[in-house]
Design a protein around this ligand. Structure first.
Ligand code: DAH
Length: 372
């Protein structure tokens, strides 16, 4: 194959290329100087594209006389190859530079902390109910059931609170429209004590049961919400005494709070227990239990926190199950879940439980236990 004429000698030769007016060496130089892949592609299209200058000349070969055509065709093909090679070489160069640039700038710093992974938390009230149940389970109590929509009978009358009993006034609630035809009054239960009645009706002693769930009252202020939660416990076993009650409750609180705090029983009145008491616990925040050291705001400077109601199951309540206190003595207790949760986790305001602010849930929510 004959070598092409040097572009320097034959500048005229390229004058015929419409879009590239420089000579071959200038063209090759332009290719080598192409700053970007896009610019390079533009040159390629201008010369070798469908309507490129060189393509045009190749098309016009046919018009030449045969003796010229051969030499001209060979020369054009040599040019075409040189241009193609130059373009490919520059393309490789530009691609390598781009890759080197990316490698230099897109470094992955493996020492950076991982992206934050937000994990949901268990609501503190749910956590408290689980922990209450776990503590009572340890003491042999099993779950028992009572509905949230209850009849007047199970919520009051069978718990020794007959109609017009003055103690009903402390627990005003929400009544349902009497759309039913069974003549019963339906209401939202005011206490989990309905679980006691339902258990006595369906179970034979000995038993230890707990009922944990929602209760409702027509109350709304700083320390009361219309819906809250209670835990109820009842143990009916031969030989059960008031002393057993004191022991079980103290142990339950030790398990739930994870520390031994003093307890004391104060005489009180509940219609469904006799004798009845309220249990106070040593304040878990100041732990003075006397008030003499000053106490703190949580225990109102008394050193004690009022925690729950309890007592020996009343004769009239045991009678629901055909039992007597002489043969089947038992005790019962009831406590507010919110109260227990606030004291255990240090939640300062009851309303926080229901407002569901993300910041509150993040701080007081309990991380789910991992499968590990
Ligand atoms: N039901 C009572 C209340 O809501 C709490 C209570 C007190 C439950 C004494 C009991 C009990 O089982 O024996 O205030």
């Amino acid at each position: 194959m004959r070598s092409p004429k040097s572009p320097r000698q034959g500048g005229f030769f390229y004058a015929a290329i419409p879009r590239i007016t420089q000579g071959m060496s200038t063209l090759l130089h332009t290719i080598q100087q192409a700053a970007t892949l896009a610019a390079l592609e533009e040159i390629r299209i201008g010369v070798l594209g469908l309507n490129g200058s060189l393509t045009q000349q190749l098309k016009e070969l046919g018009k030449l006389p045969p003796e010229e055509r051969k030499a001209r065709g060979a020369a054009l093909n040599v040019e075409k190859q040189a241009i193609t090679e130059a373009i490919q070489a520059r393309k490789t160069e530009l691609e390598e530079t781009a890759l080197a640039h990316r490698l230099a700038t897109e470094k992955v710093d493996v020492t950076l902390p991982a992206a934050r992974y937000e994990q949901g938390k268990i609501h503190p009230l749910t956590a408290a109910m689980e922990e209450i149940a776990a503590a009572l389970r340890t003491l042999g109590f099993v779950h028992a059931y009572g509905p949230e929509i209850e009849t007047d009978d199970y919520n009051f009358t069978k718990l020794n609170l007959p109609p017009h009993h003055p103690a009903r006034q402390d627990q005003d609630t929400f009544y349902l429209n009497p759309f039913n035809t069974d003549g019963k009054t339906y209401l939202l239960r005011t206490q989990t004590s309905n679980v006691q009645v339902r258990t006595l009706e369906t179970h034979k002693p000995p038993f230890r049961v707990m009922g944990i769930g929602k209760v409702f009252r027509r109350d709304y202020d700083l320390t009361h919400t219309p819906q809250f939660h209670q835990v109820e416990g009842m143990m009916v076993e031969p030989g059960t005494t008031f002393a057993h009650m004191a022991g079980v409750l103290s142990e339950f609180l030790r398990l739930f709070f994870g520390q031994q705090l003093k307890t004391r029983l104060r005489p009180h009145y509940f219609p469904f227990t006799e004798p009845s008491a309220e249990l106070d616990m040593q304040c878990p925040f100041c732990k003075t239990s006397t008030g003499s050291n000053g106490g703190c705001r949580v225990c109102k400077f008394s050193g004690w926190i009022e925690l729950l109601g309890c007592g020996m199951v009343h004769r009239n309540v045991l009678a629901v199950g055909g039992l007597t206190p002489e043969q089947h003595p038992g005790f019962a207790f009831g406590a507010g879940v919110e109260r227990l949760a606030m004291l255990k986790y240090g939640v300062p305001d009851l309303r926080l439980f229901y407002e569901s602010h993300a910041a509150f849930l993040r701080q007081y929510g309990k991380a789910p236990v991992s499968a590990a």
